[in-house]
Design a protein around this ligand. Structure first.
Ligand code: CIR
Length: 252
C-alpha cells in the first residue's frame, strides 16, 4: 500500500526540457491544470502528497520519478542519464532523506527512475539510453540487501522502460508491441497495447486503482477487463515533453 507521494510543480521554463515527441510546444497553464488534477487524484486515493515548488533552471525536474527511487525501506538517489538533468538528484536528496535512509547510484552508473518498475518486491530495471549496466547493478545490489529480487531488461525503443511496460496488478503487465515477446518478461501475462496507443502503457497502479491517460480507447478496453477501478487523466502537455503519469510522482 502506498501512503505517500512526492510531486514537484512544473516551472514556467518547463517547455525547455528535453523532448523528442514532436507534438509542439506545451502550454504552461494547461500543464499546471493537469498537474493539479494529478495531485488531487493521488490525494483522493488516500495518499499524503508533498508538493515541492518548481525548480528554476531545471525544466524537467517536475518529472520527480527520475531523480530518486523510494521503497518501503530505503530511498535511492539516482544519477540521471541525461547530462541536462544532472543536479536534480542532489536537490531531491534532502527531500527523500526526511522519509527514508539514503543510498546513492555512483559514477560510472547512470540510472533514471523511469527505468525501474516494481512488481511487488521484484524490480525490473531497463537498460536504456538513460540507464546503463552499472547503474542497474548498483541498484540491484542495494535492493537485494533489503530482500528484493531484480533483473535487467533491454529497452530497444522509447525513452524509459516504463514508457513501454507497466504493472497493472497480479501477474499482469501492460506492454507495447516491442515487449510482447521480450524473453525477460516471459513469466508475466501481458496486455499488448496497439502501436498507435503506446503512450498509454504508462498507466499507474495505485493501491488497486489504475490511473490511465485520457483518449486511448483500445487501452481502456484492455484494462477494463482487469475489473479494477480506473481513473482517466488528461496528459496532453506532459506527453509533449516525453513524460507521463508515472514520472510525475514518487510513490511509497
Ligand atoms: C526527459 O527527457 O528526461 C523528460 N523530458 C521526460 C522524462 C520522463 N520521465 C519518465 O518517463 N520517467
Amino acid at each position: 500500500m502506498f501512503t505517500h507521494a512526492i510531486c514537484r510543480k512544473p516551472g514556467p521554463d518547463f517547455a525547455d526540457g528535453i523532448t523528442t515527441a514532436g507534438l509542439g510546444r506545451p502550454d504552461f497553464d494547461r500543464m499546471l491544470t493537469m498537474h493539479a488534477a494529478y495531485v488531487e487524484t493521488l490525494q483522493k486515493l488516500g495518499l499524503q502528497v508533498e508538493v515541492l515548488e518548481a525548480l528554476p533552471g531545471h525544466p524537467d525536474a517536475y518529472f520527480v520519478e527520475d531523480a530518486a527511487i523510494m521503497t518501503a525501506e530505503v530511498g535511492i538517489v539516482t544519477r540521471p542519464g541525461a547530462k541536462a538533468r544532472r543536479g536534480e538528484e542532489v536537490i531531491m536528496e534532502p527531500v527523500i532523506a526526511k522519509y527514508r535512509p539514503l543510498k546513492r547510484i555512483e559514477d560510472p552508473g547512470t540510472l533514471d527512475g523511469g527505468d525501474v518498475l516494481f512488481v511487488d518486491r521484484h524490480a525490473l530495471i531497463g537498460i536504456s539510453e538513460r540507464t546503463n549496466e552499472s547503474g542497474a547493478c548498483q541498484l540491484g545490489r542495494i535492493l537485494e540487501a533489503f530482500g528484493y529480487t531484480w533483473r535487467a531488461v533491454e529497452v530497444p525503443d522509447g525513452l524509459h522502460f516504463k514508457s513501454s511496460v507497466n504493472w497493472v496488478g497480479g501477474n499482469t503487465l501492460l506492454v507495447s508491441p516491442s515487449f510482447a515477446g521480450a524473453p525477460e518478461l516471459q513469466s508475466y501475462q501481458k496486455l499488448v497495447v496497439p502501436e498507435e496507443e503506446v503512450y498509454a502503457t504508462n498507466t499507474l497502479l495505485i493501491n488497486n486503482t489504475l490511473i490511465t491517460p485520457k483518449g486511448f480507447p483500445k487501452t481502456r478496453e484492455l484494462i477494463d477487463g482487469l475489473n479494477l477501478p480506473i481513473l482517466e487523466l488528461d496528459c496532453t502537455e506532459p506527453m509533449k515533453m516525453d513524460g507521463g503519469l508515472t514520472c510525475l510522482s514518487l510513490r511509497f
